[in-house]
Ligand binder design. Structure first.
Ligand SMILES: C[S@@+](CC[C@H](N)C(=O)[O-])C[C@H]1O[C@@H](n2cnc3c(N)ncnc32)[C@H](O)[C@@H]1O
Length: 214
């Protein structure tokens, strides 16, 4: 499922080759829909933000591989809220999204089994943001959020929901911002980023970042 998106020659120059071994180990499990370089970025960002006070969240869990990566990177020291229908893509905006309703279906039970050795995960099945209403009156903040819904509505609602809840210097990662197959993700991010002071940071692959200033 994961694909090799980094030049093997670059691997020779990495400061810590152990982390690359870990990326390949996760990729080999076949539970993650990201390239090796993207998994590595997610892992490093989760480590970099681990000292911040808030929790971690992911919208778009699928088989659980990216969630596992963040659990390992944060050494399970903080709660990780996982939001997914666990029945696949819930809706697609006509003329914008290319993915199909029901695509990426995978049962909650499968994901729970895969992540059973971890105690940091909180599962919230259902369509986001309705599945997150329990946080409306909560003071919970977030140090890192991974948005990976592949669609316009899920991305925009994720940004609207989490941006005001981010810790200062916390990071929102949006997967597929630079992906041809997910134009709705790019549209949502561009609309949102036009109205915030932070600079949108494109990584070299498909991910884009918003690092909350304050
Ligand atoms: C590409 S997959 C996620 C891949 C996963 N992060 C990984 O790296 O392996 C997209 C997921 O987003 C979920 N999804 C999309 N929109 C959603 C929404 N509004 N609420 C809940 N889940 C949603 C789908 O069910 C699907 O599992």
């Amino acid at each position: 499922m994961a694909y090799l998106d980094i030049d093997p020659a670059i691997c020779e120059h990495l400061h810590d080759k152990n982390e690359l071994d870990l990326m390949f180990e996760i990729a080999r499990e076949g539970k993650i829909a990201m390239g090796i370089g993207e998994i590595l970025s997610l892992y490093r960002l989760a480590k970099r933000t681990a000292h911040l006070p808030g929790a971690i969240a992911e919208v778009g869990v699928y088989r659980g591989g990216s969630a596992k990566m963040m659990g390992i990177a944060s050494a399970q020291k903080k709660a990780i809220y996982l939001f997914d229908t666990f029945e696949g893509i819930p809706q697609a905006t006509a003329g914008v999204d290319h993915v199909l309703v029901g695509q990426f279906a995978n049962s909650l039970e499968n994901v729970k089994n895969y992540l059973s050795e971890f105690s940091c995960f909180k599962f919230h099945p259902g369509v986001f943001p309705e599945s997150a209403v329990f946080l409306n009156d909560s003071s919970e903040t977030f140090s890192m959020v991974n948005l990976d819904t592949d669609i316009y509505s899920g991305t925009l609602s994720g940004l609207n929901f989490f941006y005001p809840r981010m810790d200062p210097h916390g990071v929102i990662v949006v997967h597929d911002y630079n992906s041809k197959s997910c134009p709705g993700v790019r549209k949502a991010v561009d609309e949102f980023a036009a109205n915030i002071p932070e600079t949108l940071i494109d990584l070299w692959s498909t991910q884009a970042l918003i690092c909350k200033s304050k």
